[in-house]
Structures are given as C-alpha cells and as structure tokens.
Design a protein around this ligand. Structure first.
Ligand code: SF4
Ligand code: SF4
Length: 252
C-alpha cells in the first residue's frame, strides 16, 4: 500500500486538537499515516505531494500492524493524505487487527466522499476506540465544488449526516468534527453560513474549525485568506454552532 508513516509526539497539529482530549496527552505518540492518492483533484490542494504515487513508500498489512502494536507509546492513529477513502479496505483491515491486540484511538481526516458502507465501518471503529472522524467539508455549492475540486461533493455531506445521526450524541467526547478551508474570495461567509447551518441541523455541538488558506498548488498565486474574510466567516459559523475555532491563525 502507498503510504508514509510517521510517529509524532502528542500534542500534534491535529485539526481536531482543540476538541480532542487525546491531543493533551504527554509522553505518548500519534501514528500519522499519509496515504498517497485522492478521489478529489482540488486546485488549492494543500498536500499535493500525495500525487507522486510512483515514489511513495509501501508497506504490507503485517508490517503495518506490527509497527502499530510494537510501540507501546502509540496512543492514536490518524489516517490522512491525500485522502484515505481509496485505501479504506486496507485501513479498515489493519485497524481491526490492531484493535484485537491493543487499545488505540482510530481517527480519519478526509474529504468524506467514500463508499457509504466503508465510511460507516470506519466511523464505527472510531466510535468504539474513542477516535475522531474529521471531515474536511469543502464548498457547499455544487458548482463551486466542481470548479474547485473537480467533483461535486454531495456524498461528503450525506456521509457526514449518517455519522452524526448514528453516533454523535452517543458519546461524551466528540466522534465527529468538521473543518473548512477558507479559500480567498471563493469560500466566503455565504458558503460558511450554509455549511454551519447544515451541521447545526444535525447537532449544534459538533465542533467546526475554519482553516486559513495558504497559497499552494494551482492556487499558489493567491493570497492568504484576508482577515476580513476570516472574521466574517467566523461570525457566520457562530450564528449556528457552539464550538467554532480558527486554525492556521499564525498565517494571518
Ligand atoms: S486521538 Fe485523533 S483527534 Fe485526537 S489527537 Fe489523536 S489523531 Fe487527533
Ligand atoms: S481532498 Fe485534500 S488531498 Fe485531496 S485533492 Fe483536495 S485538498 Fe488535496
């Protein structure tokens, strides 16, 4: 499987760090699993190194499981990338094997447009293990999503709804969080208001992070998100949701 693996000390720069007690653990580690490849093709991709699949390191199931189990200090696994959806059959299998031997939080950081059955299984693993499913909810408007990411992303919103309805109010610690990248001029307060309203209809306690954009990939000639846009988007999200924060604030 094409992936690179790092063992990072907690707290990491996890996008759910502000809401997850795991991020406040000391003397423990996060196994960060970067999958190459993605089912989106965003022109603002903030992790475009995932496209270099030919040069990606590989690891098989057995070695992966051993790596996670052998280190007693590993507290959580975060699958990200690229995006983990194309790799879910592998990731689900190894996660189930790991949990048979050891308690560990299983987390996903993704665009959310995976096969519904596999996404449900992934969320069940997070729910049982005290992990978190972190959706990067991109444009709400279908045409905007098509323009920015090359796909419409209704599946992300229907998967988010499915996980919120099935799991969110059944655990004290949040099992589900969302982020949105504030692409300058494109993801504006109107877009954020629509996304926040959608989340709030499911549960206004779901944590939501707005991420400041930095220029990258085909949008490397764009500015960092203007502060005015950040402030307007924050106010728009707070109209609906109780737990909103701004990530990458050091870029402003
Ligand atoms: S448990 Fe999950 S959400 Fe919490 S710090 Fe680790 S990877 Fe992030
Ligand atoms: S979903 Fe994320 S990793 Fe995939 S292309 Fe878009 S920004 Fe890049």
């Amino acid at each position: 499987m094409h992936q690179s693996i790092c063992i990072d000390p907690l707290p990491t720069n996890c996008c759910a760090g502000g809401f997850c007690p795991g991020s406040r653990e000391r003397d423990f580690y996060n196994l960060a699993v970067f999958f190459y490849g993605c089912n989106f093709d965003c022109i603002f991709c903030q992790n475009s190194s995932h496209k270099r699949i030919d040069s990606a390191p590989r690891i098989d199931e057995e070695n992966f499981v051993n790596k996670a189990i052998e280190n007693e200090k590993i507290f959580c696994i975060c699958y990200f990338g690229g995006s983990p959806e194309p790799h879910l059959p592998f990731a689900l299998k190894v996660s189930e094997k790991i949990l048979e031997s050891k308690s560990m939080r299983i987390c996903w950081e993704w665009n959310g447009c995976g096969n519904e059955k596999l996404v449900r299984k992934a969320a069940e693993l997070s729910f049982k293990s005290n992990g978190v499913v972190k959706f990067d909810l991109k444009a709400f408007d279908k045409n905007l999503s098509l323009a920015l990411s090359g796909v419409t992303n209704e599946r992300a919103y229907s998967n988010f709804r499915m996980i919120a309805e099935k799991f969110f109010d059944k655990r004290e610690e949040p099992v589900l969080t969302a982020t949105t990248l504030l692409v300058p001029e494109y993801i504006d307060k109107g877009e954020i208001e629509n996304i926040a309203e959608f989340i709030a209809e499911l549960n206004p306690e779901i944590p939501y992070s707005l991420l400041v954009f930095h220029p990258s990939f085909y949008m490397s000639d764009m500015p960092i998100t203007p502060r005015k846009q950040v402030d307007e988007c924050y106010q728009a999200a707070r109209k609906y949701l109780k737990k909103v924060n701004v990530g990458n604030i050091h870029l402003l």
